[in-house]
Design a protein around this ligand. Sequence first.
Ligand SMILES: Cc1ncc(COP(=O)(O)O)c(C=O)c1O
Length: 390
Amino acid sequence: MWVSRRAAAVPGSVFSLMDAAKSRARARGLEVIDLSIGSSDLNPPDAVLEALRDATRDPGTYRYPLFSHTAPLREAAAAYLGRRFGVTVDAASEVLPLIGAQEGLAHLLLAVTDPGDAVLLPDPCYPPYLGAVAVAGAQAVPLPLLPERGFLPDLDAVPEGMRPRVLLLNYPNNPTSAVADVAFFHRAAAWCRARGVLLVHDHPYAELTFGEYRAPSALEAGLDGVIELHSLSKTHHMGGFRVGFAVGDAGVIAALARVKGAVDFHPYLGIQRAAALALGLPDAVGRVGAAAFEARRDALVPALRELGWEVQTPQASMYAWARVPGLTDSVAFAVRAAEETGVAVSPGRAFGERGEGFVRFALVQPPEVLREAARRLAGVAVAGREAQPR
Ligand SMILES: Cc1ncc(COP(=O)(O)O)c(C=O)c1O
């Protein structure tokens, strides 16, 4: 069967290897602790579920959701950005509902790049970024995220002559859990404006922050030449609802709406109502979920350090990113760990070359389960069996 170059260029995922390893562990009678997927295990707030339930009984929600029907969600998004980040946006021209941030990014790249254009993206990164770049026929240019730079990219290292179309950033970051301050976004936006590059900030972990820390928005550096992707998946535990929004530069939002108009409709109106309600909830509601992830962080990070693994204390996100001394093949290690102990983690290599030597833990289990996972991992050899003396 003929497959397009575009389809063939989408990188495969190591997660199928992990699935097979988890199945083998189950076949051996092990109870699997799956920390490999960043899907929140918490429930959306009750009021959000009620709003969706009510909407399903309203025949007014059964039709195609036209752009004009998205006004309540766009207005709720604008109000949230004003309240939370002090950013003023026009709900009519600067906000667009998405079927999740992942959908939004893929279509955004179709709207702002031409085949062969360079897209600067972090290494390591959320793997679908590479798929989105491939689908657009663009060229991924990895920017190393190194621990010694706080996992922030060095924009000065980008060759002067390079003319990228897009700089893609994500803080709080998946997989490293690093955060960026508002000064960083000002520098990144200035760098982009000086070169005519679109700054795209993927911001699904905006509210999964710990202690006093609050994540800034890239839009605090201005909307001109900046787009931010928001999602309800992590902040309100609504990953299955598939809803988020793009916000920023009106010209880019219009181009994204044009591309999306050719391929999809807006989310189901009931989901839009639930999302609008979620965005208007008092911040204290979101803090409850964030506090649960913080307690998990506090359980896992010290347990990993006891294993001798190097891990910074995350201030945000739902991940711990651990460097395992001596690890050179994180994929083989993760497969071995899943098979031998039933603990499934993500190999750092799955997120890019600079992820090698690391593993990512998604904090999607209660604290005692995370401690148990660390205990089980203590018995897994870091180097492969093939490297052990016979
Ligand atoms: C950095 C990043 N962007 C986007 C997504 C997906 O967001 P959504 O569910 O809104 O498509 C994820 C999910 O893990 C993510 O980690």
